[in-house]
Design a protein around this ligand. Structure first.
Ligand code: HEC
Ligand code: HEC
Length: 309
């Protein structure tokens, strides 16, 4: 409602609603004393319709109790519209809002579960990871806030890292994971097309990148590519093993954020990449992030350090 730029539609809807209710009332009133048509010569008080020899249809107005129920619902409807939002943009006398109910539920949840989260926040992340209850809470938080990007099994997809393996863009220590979730991350690789020169160079370097992990590649092109890899070393390191300080992926394992095909790698080199993990500190608060970080850490660490379920 609040999205309309003027009040026309609000008034339009309010008037339609009220006319509808008043119309129902009038219809009801007009029927309250009416009787059906009477056939000439019939028994008084009946319509003259007879079935099965002696079954006659009474000709009386609709039962009073039944009409009363309708009148009561009209009064209820009007009272409701007076007290609660329902008539156009009119907020209702009680000032009830679904958003304030939501806020109230949030406050209640905070007061119910706040102490629990506060207790976990005091504990070391690895200790939290070993707590079955914290693990269950972390899993639910993950499904609610993280699964849409990282997948419900946390294995990620193209552009969204797998969180269950030991390969980390930014580092897999519990504290680093917590920092990632609290403050977010932005992985940026510039377009390297100009630095490399021709598209042949791009293809050669892509083949060299593939050779680093022993993936299928063209060895001749890789040799030419190697001489151009200097442009990449600043970020990815001399052996292409990556740099967690800036989130430059390790290119020498077979784990790919965007895919290990030569075309995909050429696309990365030509266009660069810009990838964002949102920050959750303001949205979830540190205590929930703490439980989440412990949960994420546990996904790639020895099952034996986890509670048996
Ligand atoms: C809108 C999508 C999105 C959501 C929601 C999201 N992430 Fe991410 N996350 C990403 C992307 C994209 C990256 C990779 C960033 C990069 O390439 O620099 C990432 C990276 C990460 C990393 C670093 C992985 C590494 O290899 O170092 C962790 C840990 C992580 N996310 C955890 C979470 C958790 C926990 C949540 C839920 C609270 C979450 N993410 C929610 C998109 C998302
Ligand atoms: C300024 C630093 C920087 C330079 C220079 C750079 N990269 Fe990157 N590269 C990154 C970052 C950061 C990412 C991760 C982007 C993301 O998070 O989406 C990345 C991602 C990649 C990927 C994707 C890896 C995957 O797992 O899918 C490839 C391939 C790659 N770079 C190759 C190269 C090559 C080849 C060069 C040199 C021609 C190069 N990069 C130069 C920073 C750099």
């Amino acid at each position: 409602m609040a999205d309309f730029t003027n009040s026309f539609w609000n008034i339009y809807i309010a008037v339609l609603t009220l006319l509808g209710i008043v119309g129902c009332g009038l219809l009801l009133w007009s029927q309250s004393t009416v009787k059906g048509p009477v056939e000439p010569g019939c028994q008084t008080g009946t319509t003259g319709h007879v079935w099965d020899d002696d079954l006659t249809e009474l000709n009386t107005p609709m039962p009073r109790w039944w009409m009363c129920m309708f009148y009561i619902s009209i009064v209820f409807g009007l009272a409701y519209l007076l007290l609660y939002p329902g008539l156009g943009a009119y907020a209702g006398k009680l000032g009830w809002k679904s958003s304030s109910v939501y806020q109230q539920e949030l406050r209640k949840a905070d007061s119910d579960y706040g102490p629990l989260f506060a207790r976990y926040l005091q504990q070391d992340l690895k200790a939290v990871a070993a707590d079955p209850q914290a693990h269950a809470i972390g899993e639910r938080l993950f499904l609610t806030y993280c699964a849409q990007c990282h997948g419900s099994d946390a294995r990620g997809s193209k552009g969204f890292p797998n969180l269950t393996d030991k390969d980390w863009l930014y580092g897999g220590d519990p504290d680093v994971i917590k920092t990632t979730i609290l403050h977010g991350r932005n992985g940026r690789m510039p377009s390297m097309a100009a630095a490399l020169g021709s598209d042949t160079d791009v293809e050669n370097v892509a083949n060299y990148v593939l050779s680093l992990s022993g993936s299928t590649h063209d060895p001749i092109k890789a040799i030419f590519g190697k001489s151009k890899f200097g442009a990449c070393m600043g970020c990815h390191g001399p052996g292409g093993t990556g740099n967690q300080a800036i989130g430059a992926p390790n290119l020498s394992d077979k784990i790919w954020l965007y895919g290990g095909g030569v075309e995909t790698i050429m696309e990365t080199i030509r266009k660069g990449r810009n990838n964002t993990m949102p920050a959750f500190q303001d949205f979830l608060g540190e205590a929930k992030v703490h439980v989440l970080a412990a949960y994420v850490w546990s996904l790639s660490n020895e099952k034996s350090s986890l509670p048996q379920q």
